[in-house]
Design a protein around this ligand. Sequence first.
Ligand SMILES: Nc1ncnc2c1ncn2[C@@H]1O[C@H](COP(=O)(O)OP(=O)(O)OP(=O)(O)O)[C@@H](O)[C@H]1O
Ligand SMILES: CC(C)(CO)[C@@H](O)C(=O)[O-]
Ligand code: BAL
Length: 286
Amino acid sequence: MQIIRELQGLKPAVAALRGAGDTLALVPTMGALHDGHLALVAEARKHAARVTATIFVNPLQFNDPGDLARYPRTEEADLARLEAAGCDLVWLPTPAQLYPDGFATSISVRGVSERWEGEHRPGHFDGVATVVAKLLLAVRPTHAIFGEKDWQQLAVIRRVEADLGMGVAILGQPTVREADGLAMSSRNALLSPEHRAEAVALPAALQAAGKEIAAGGAVGPALERAKATLRAEGFSDVDYVALVDADSLEPLESPREPMRLLAAASIGGVRLIDNIPVTSEQQVGW
Ligand SMILES: Nc1ncnc2c1ncn2[C@@H]1O[C@H](COP(=O)(O)OP(=O)(O)OP(=O)(O)O)[C@@H](O)[C@H]1O
Ligand SMILES: CC(C)(CO)[C@@H](O)C(=O)[O-]
Ligand code: BAL
């Protein structure tokens, strides 16, 4: 596996990898890799002859400086895991390479980015859209893979690609979960053992609300019950629990497919997000 740290090394390395027009998939990450990230690499390998990953903790998408400062960083272990997963090349840009002095461009996506994470993390999706466009334009992959755990992020990235036409197939990968149902996330490493045990209430509350709605229960009360359960189980701030149109991310007052239940809540000072699909003949699960 090639490790590229300098921008000028990237283009020749990618050109050599692609040889005579091979397909190339990009897996963008912020490091602190877990099995969810490795599932993205495995999926990438199914679609493309070559796989590149990036590790970059993007300062532009952090609205909270404390969140950026304590974001987990495990570079050595990350590189070993990417190599074992069959990644061909990893690029680790620095903020100065991606955002040199005078950098003044921001990609802002209307509509799909405005609610939920967009409302609770102002500027977050501008930072995501801008860095993803930069990574795609630098690597020029044929495919790029993102996790469904960040459902709204995936919708925002699909919009950017559709609007800017970068010629990249954007693929989504289902959420990989721990045995008890908690969605794998780099931020889980910041949870104390007690809060880690309590965090299972998040997927459990989504699952209970999904079952209720699928069985014909009223949406509003099901969402309120999920929020109350989260508070009772130790979550402090419950930013939202919402039933949304899976594509537009607009809230739904009554079920209409395709739909998704989204939630964001904090426990022990760690903010977690999760989401699940809801279908009418639901057996909600994973
Ligand atoms: N459990 C998971 N299953 C599938 N994909 C995931 C999972 N967790 C993260 N991803 C995807 O991996 C890519 C990189 O995500 P990132 O590096 O931010 O990790 P993360 O675990 O989401 O960290 P955090 O949520 O704490 O920022 C994103 O496309 C993200 O959606
Ligand atoms: C897509 C991404 C790598 C952009 O920084 C990040 O938001 C993430 O890891 O989900
Ligand atoms: N995994 C989404 C990136 C973020 O939380 O900033």
